[in-house]
Write a protein that binds this ligand. Structure first.
Ligand code: ADP
Ligand code: MG
Length: 339
């Protein structure tokens, strides 16, 4: 009979990495969210071969102090929370301290980072969980991550990667969602050295939609605003003419987080109800702000699925806001695109 033994740390990390890192798009999401949490106002994302051979993310955020760099790559090491109580009012996107340890377990990472008050920066290399270099270098303030050869040491996972084109498409939609979720951050996105997206970070939502979805979408939007003691919603809904055959156009961000919610999706679709043909889904872009007490983000490691208290009220406010805006379209249309 086989004997029972506790797995070694490297094996534990590789297994756990599967929870967080599924494909290049998940690497991009985690690293960009870290850059956002670091207060970056400009973020560059670059991929090669769909992000399989290279993901490079550069930010102008706070950087990591030299003595803390190795800590950042330890599992459950985070600067963002100290206790579970703080999760209730969490303002950062990350909090589990799992991304860097997970990515470094299954790829080759080179990181260069500098804080504003340090004279020099740090270059740190870690491959398959093993530290390869930790040295002083000249660097601008902020952080650059190079993630090479995802799953190079886990063939079983590598096998599940799709073609570079398919992986690049997944990265593109993640980058678009992240850019939409933070209109105050300038994004530059490059695929195989070609610039695919460049947003200004000037918070102009119409310009952002134009940039990402193009003119035909941007000219068919209705501006919305709704406030209750529970939540504030701002953004746009698309007129029914720009509906689609899938839900990919239903964008909503809760407290700056790119999320999925069955409750919100149902409220959106019920709000459109009579205005929409069957099997058609609307374009929406909502920024929802609500008290941390009313929403639980601690449901899944990828933090996509949300849990709400006051489900019924949230559902009704969202649905009624939409049906109201659609029914009084004449008064609410303020959006016209100049170009
Ligand atoms: P989490 O985001 O949940 O804290 P991560 O593993 O993603 O965990 O990151 C670990 C820590 O490394 C963060 O808490 C943060 O202190 C630091 N860090 C990671 N990326 C950056 C970055 N781009 N700029 C500044 N600090 C960073
Ligand atoms: Mg993180």
């Amino acid at each position: 009979m086989a004997t029972i033994a506790v797995l070694d740390q490297n094996t534990i990390d590789k297994i756990a990495a599967g929870e967080v890192v599924e494909r290049p798009a998940s690497v991009v999401k985690e690293l960009v969210e870290n850059a956002m949490d670091a207060g970056a106002t400009a973020i560059t994302v670059e991929i090669r071969d769909g992000g399989i051979s290279l993901v490079r993310i550069t930010d102008n955020g706070s950087g990591i102090p030299a003595e803390q760099v190795p800590l950042a790559f330890l599992r459950h090491a985070t600067s963002k929370i100290r206790s579970v109580e703080e999760l209730v009012q969490i303002a950062s996107l990350g909090f589990r301290g799992e991304a860097l340890s997970s990515i470094s377990a299954v790829a080759q990472i080179e990181m260069i980072t500098k804080t504003p008050d340090a004279l020099t920066g740090t270059r740190y290399v870690i491959e398959g969980g093993a530290e390869k270099a930790n040295e002083e270098v000249g660097a601008p303030t902020g952080t650059t991550f190079l993630v090479r050869n995802l799953f190079y040491n886990t063939p079983a996972r590598q096998k599940f990667l799709k073609t570079p084109v398919t992986e690049a498409n997944a990265v593109t939609s993640v980058v678009e969602q992240l850019a939409l979720s933070h209109p105050g951050i300038s994004f530059k996105y490059m695929v195989n050295s070609q610039v695919k997206l460049h947003t200004s970070g000037n918070r102009n939502l119409k310009e952002l939609v134009y940039n990402i979805y193009g003119r035909d979408i941007a000219r068919e939007l209705i501006e919305i605003h709704s406030e209750s003691p529970l939540m504030t919603i701002d953004g746009f809904i698309g007129k029914p003419v720009i509906s689609r055959g899938n839900r990919n156009f239903e964008n909503y961000y809760v407290n700056g987080r790119y999320v999925r919610s069955k409750l919100l999706a149902r409220a959106i679709e019920d709000g459109y109800q009579t205005s929409m043909m069957q099997h058609k889904y609307p374009f929406t872009l909502f920024y929802v702000q609500m008290d941390g007490e009313a929403v639980d983000v601690n449901v899944h490691p990828t933090k996509m699925e949300l849990r709400f208290s006051h489900q019924e009220e949230i559902y009704r406010q969202m649905r009624d806001m939409i049906s109201g805006a659609l029914n009084h379209r004449e008064q609410i249309v303020k959006v016209s695109l100049s170009s």
